[in-house]
Design a protein around this ligand. Structure first.
Ligand code: TXA
Ligand code: MG
Length: 372
């Protein structure tokens, strides 16, 4: 089924067994230098032929993305990795056997095939093989490596449905494949294999615990943990809407330094033991309500009933981070639709996918973090 939004063609496919005409249409867009958005198992991506600098540049323009933030290159077969990198170390061979296709991105020294615009001038390239049947079919049919960041306007929550992509990018891209909701809900894990031990640059769909089981040791980039090192902030209410607090640690994954995942209203992240978190949210909620502000609460299932706020949106059980990850970005976008003035969000334990969830919530909060 075909439709159009602001001149962008939208083709709907069945996610498990995508229709070949639709895949061919999107592959043609990529082969001829255009931009096509497509579902992956993590979030929707905005693809271009990674070997064409002009096409890759147009990704940055469409998203309003800073040029110093490199892109992930997507492939459809294990062997497609080899020509993109100068060497495939044993750790990469092992990890691709275990986690590809899937939400793990490997950073390796790049080959000459990869233009500088893809890597923002870095000598390394980030590569992943997604598991979504639509993504795999598209990359295969296009016959080229596909550079694809998340298909959102820079700074917004990543898209987990075609509707999110249409909201952000209709009129700015040639084609969007609608393959339904994505599964994982947070982006891939980015792992730098040029260091020993490897460095976790971004927590994501493959967990830190899983990587440690395979690799023994994995270091964690200071940017992922920055909040722990500089301690908790006790933020005053007057900070709502104020400028994000600058990050202290210099991130090695350039994307980690930008404000991200942000809904339109300022978001406060309250983390700690659940009882205290609920108490603090109730306290802040009442203060804002007295001021006539429309308050949104991002709650977990366990405390859903505790809040008499204007808009309470639940993201699932705090002991099932997988479900929370899956619902997170669409919930952040939903607060925009409800037109809240401020969002008070509960933290969850940082285990398994909880580490990626909390990383995205910290980014969305832009430093407005309260530890109780
Ligand atoms: O799940 C995902 O990874 C999604 C889907 C579409 O595949 N893509 C995605 O791309 O999240 P993007 O552009 O939103 O995030 C890419 C991240 C950024 O944090 C970027 O800085 C980092 O990967 N990155 C890319 N190339 C890198 C490199 N050579 N060295 C270090 N970090 C790199
Ligand atoms: Mg992104």
């Amino acid at each position: 089924m075909d439709r159009e939004a602001k001149g962008t063609r939208i083709v709907t496919v069945s996610p498990d067994n995508p229709e070949s005409e639709a895949i061919e249409a999107a592959a043609t867009v990529l082969r001829t230098g255009g931009l096509a958005a497509f579902p992956t198992e993590t979030v929707y991506g905005l693809g271009a032929d990674a070997t064409r600098p002009e096409s890759v540049l147009s990704i940055f323009r469409a998203k309003g993305r800073p040029a110093d933030n490199p892109l992930i290159v997507h492939i459809a077969e294990f062997g497609d990795l080899d020509p993109l990198v100068s060497d495939v170390p044993p750790s990469a061979k092992l990890l691709r056997e275990l986690f590809w296709p899937g939400p793990l991105t490997l950073v390796l020294p790049k080959s000459d095939l990869i233009p500088d615009v893809v890597t923002a001038g870095l000598p390394t390239v980030a590569v992943r093989m997604p598991s979504h049947p639509v993504a795999l079919a598209l990359i295969r049919r296009a016959g080229v490596p596909v550079a694809a960041p998340s298909a959102n306007v820079s700074g917004r929550p990543s898209p987990t449905s075609a509707a999110h992509v249409i909201d952000d990018l209709a009129g700015r891209v040639d084609l969007i494949i609608d393959g339904g909701d994505t599964d994982v809900g947070v982006e891939s894990t980015v792992l730098d294999l040029t260091t020993d031990p490897p460095t976790l640059l971004r927590p994501g769909g493959v967990t830190y615990e899983e990587l440690c089981q395979v690799l023994g040791r994995v270091s964690v980039d200071p940017a992922v943990l920055a909040r722990r090192e500089d301690g908790a902030l006790t933020v005053g209410r007057e900070d709502a809407g104020g400028p994000p607090r600058p990050q202290t640690a210099a991130p090695r994954s350039p994307g980690m330094k930008y404000a991200h995942y942000a809904p339109r209203a300022p978001l406060f992240l309250i983390e700690g033991e659940l009882g205290l978190v609920v108490e603090e949210i109730l306290r802040l909620m009442h203060e804002y309500m007295v001021e006539g502000k429309r308050v949104g609460v991002l709650s977990t299932a366990e405390s859903r009933g505790a809040y008499p706020a204007h808009v309470v949106l639940e993201v699932g059980s705090r002991v099932q981070p997988k479900a929370v990850a899956s619902a997170l970005f669409s919930t952040l976008r939903a607060f925009d639709e409800h037109g809240v003035d401020v969002i008070l969000a509960e933290g969850i334990p940082e285990e398994g996918l909880g580490l990626a969830v909390m990383n995205r919530l910290h980014k969305a909060a832009g430093g407005r973090v309260i530890r109780v």
